[in-house]
Every structure is written in C-alpha cells, then in structure tokens.
Design a protein around this ligand. Structure first.
Ligand SMILES: Cc1ncc(COP(=O)(O)O)c(C=O)c1O
Length: 381
C-alpha cells in the first residue's frame, strides 16, 4: 500500500539548480546577491513595504521582539500576550528576550480570540504575538484594532501564511511586523529560511544589523561600493540570523509557483471537506470569509478520547497524519499557564492534521477520507 505522509515538499528541481548554479559560478553563496533579489521579489509579490531574508522564521520572531524591546526600552519581565496553541518557537522567542509570555485563549478559528486578548491586558503588556494557524487569519482585524486602541505592538507569526490573503491583500499588510517561514515543509519550501517584514524602514534597517551580529554594514553592500572591506562598527548585540543566497535561489523559484500551489492546497481541502461532511463526529475549523487561507494545514477536530485510536488506525492504513499542536502550557517552562485557556486546551486534545501536500492525488485524498469515515463507523459513539 502506498504510504501517505503528512507533508512532502515539492521542488522545481532544474530551475532551483540553475539559480543555485549562478551563486556557485560567481562565488557568492552568502548574504547579498540572491538574498537581495528574493527580498525584492517578495516585496513585489506581497506588496509589503520591507522584507529582510533570514535563516529561519524562529530567528525572525526573536528579532521582532528584540528590536521592539530595544527601540521602546521594554523592561525584562514585561508581557507579550500569545497563544498556547502553536509551535514552540512562537513562545520561546519571548522568553529568549526575557519577556513574559501571557497565554490567552483561542476561538473556533484556532487563532487568538480578541476578547481573550483583551482580558489579559495589564499595565505591563507591550505586544500581542498572533499566529495565523494553518494559514487562517481568524479575527485578525479585530485584534489589530484592539492593539491600536491599547498602544500594543502586533507581531504576526505568519509561518503558515505565505500567499494567504486577508481583506484582499497578503496577510501581514497593515501589521507592525509579520514573520514568514520557508522551512522545508511550509507552503514556500526552501530548506530552512524565513522573512521578517516590518512596516517601518528604520526597523528593517535595524533588523539587517541585528541579524548579522549587530555589524553596521553588510559585506555585499561594501563590496559593491568598493569601500574598505574591514572597517565597520558593531552597534548592537545581534544574532547570526541572516539568510544566504543558496536558500534565496531556491525561494526565488518556489515563489513563482506559490499561488498555483496554494490553489491546489485549497482544492484538496475542499475535497476533504466534502467527503468528510457525512461524518457527524468531525468538527471543522472555522474560516471567516475575509481570509483566503494558504491552507498550510487541513485540521479537523475529533472526540478527544478517540484521537489517538484514530491516529493508530490511520497508521495501520499507511496514512500518517500530524497534530498541531500539543498545548505549550503542558511544557514545564510554560506550566504557569496551564488551565488558563480552556478552548485552546480542548482544541489541542481534539485536533488532527490530515495529509496535505502537492503530491497528493484525488485518489489519495479519497483514501484518507474513507479511512477516517471507516474508523468512525467502527467506533460509533
Ligand atoms: C507557527 C510556527 N511558528 C514558527 C515556526 C518556526 O519556523 P522556522 O522553522 O522557519 O523557524 C513554525 C515552524 O514550524 C511554526 O509552525
């Protein structure tokens, strides 16, 4: 039986190799050259005003927190409101910068609920970290208004949102800072890389220094100007987080196919939705009409006591789903937030992500859906 995996990246191999070849031929594989080309291509594609290419979105999220902390003089222990239903990067970056993640609850979109955020605001709250779960924007507009009203910075963890549209624009437009992931299993797969997109040019310039250890000028810019190559200042205690030309070469090719790839993802999700609609045990994630999701994930909710059994059953059929995510407050370092977000905790017990990638055929999707339906027929509640 053919194995059906959760995620399988698809690369346009010959085109990627041709782009990488250019880097190898001119002998420039680091920051600059293709990274600049890709930043420009991403700005053009998204309409976002700034874009700085990084080696991951994790470092982008950390830089976002670090830069705002530096700019506004936030103090250690100041608070960022965040979701417990996410990949651990989202919350680790807050701790890395000695700030406190304050967990707020999610709604049926699996994104943060504006009401829950509001209830967690204190005099020490500085920002909201909002995850567009699976490509879903949830009630981002309301969150943006809430942040404006309360003078809070809004950081969008857009790891799942490459190509997602919200209110007719790329999700992330009109947000203080949006951070995208181009990790190998994301919608725009490279191997590992990401992009930080500030609204403000000044912060983009700061990110360029901070992502290269705080060094004041990048080597590529200096080499173009024929300046002294060794003379620079170090303005910040930065990180080594900038991206490189080999990753950017792959990204440039993959970007050309992003819209068509996301359309295929949406078609697969539509097929799942139709086939699984006969199954009363399944609850679907809410999608509001103002979002055209990038559909990084196809998540459904099933009765919590049957989820593990369903996963085992699917595995026996050579189908390998995933779970996004274990609630972060179950991890020791975040356990102070346990039992504070009942909706997210319930969702974390119920969610399962069915296989979703570009190599799935209609028959594969039908086989997955059929196996889920069969499972519930055998396990009638
Ligand atoms: C919600 C979310 N945020 C951040 C990240 C981190 O992305 P990267 O691997 O590019 O650092 C991921 C990756 O899985 C993610 O799913």
């Amino acid at each position: 039986m053919k194995k059906i995996q959760l995620f399988v990246p698809t690369y346009h191999i010959d085109e990627c190799l041709a782009e990488i070849r250019q880097c190898l031929e001119i002998g420039w594989t680091g920051m600059g050259f293709k990274t600049v080309e890709f930043e420009e291509a991403w700005k053009k594609y998204t309409g976002l005003p700034q874009a700085h290419f990084l080696n991951s979105s994790t470092i982008g999220l950390q830089l976002a927190v670090k830069i705002y902390k530096t700019k506004f003089g936030w103090l250690d222990g100041d608070e960022i409101i965040t979701t417990p239903l996410t990949f651990i990067s989202t919350n680790h970056v807050i701790l890395f910068e000695n700030l406190k993640p304050i967990f707020a609850d999610t709604d049926d979109t699996l994104c943060l609920s504006p009401e829950a955020i509001k209830s967690k605001i204190t005099p020490r709250t500085k920002a909201v970290m909002y995850v567009g779960m699976g490509g879903n924007a949830g009630r981002l507009k309301e969150v943006r208004e809430l942040c404006k009203k309360n003078n809070l910075i809004l950081i969008l963890d857009a790891a799942h949102m490459a190509g997602a549209k919200y209110l007719g624009q790329q999700a992330g437009s009109d947000i203080d800072c949006a951070v995208f992931s181009y990790h190998a299993v994301k919608n725009l797969p490279t191997a590992d890389s990401g992009m930080i997109c500030f609204q403000e040019k000044e912060l983009d310039e700061m990110a360029r220094k901070m992502s290269w250890l705080g060094i004041s000028k990048d080597t590529y810019a200096r080499s173009l100007k024929g300046e002294y190559k060794w003379l620079y200042d170090v303005e910040y205690l930065g990180v080594k987080g900038h991206g490189n030309s080999v990753m950017a070469a792959i990204a440039l090719v993959q970007l050309k196919y992003l819209d068509q790839d996301n359309e295929k993802r949406r078609q697969i999700c539509e097929q799942y939705n139709q086939l699984l609609s006969v199954c009363p045990e399944i609850k679907f994630v809410e999608y509001l009409p103002d979002c055209v999701s990038s559909r990084h994930l196809f998540q459904i909710r099933v009765p919590a006591d049957l989820r593990e059994k369903l996963i085992v059953y699917l595995n026996s059929q050579e189908i390998y789903p995933g779970v996004h995510y274990r609630i972060n407050t179950e991890y020791k370092m975040y356990s102070y937030g346990l039992l504070t977000c009942p909706n997210a905790e319930q969702a974390a017990r119920e969610v399962i992500s069915l296989p979703l990638h570009l190599q799935l055929t209609e028959e594969d999707v039908a086989r997955v859906a059929q196996s889920v339906i069969e499972f519930f027929e055998k396990n009638k509640i």
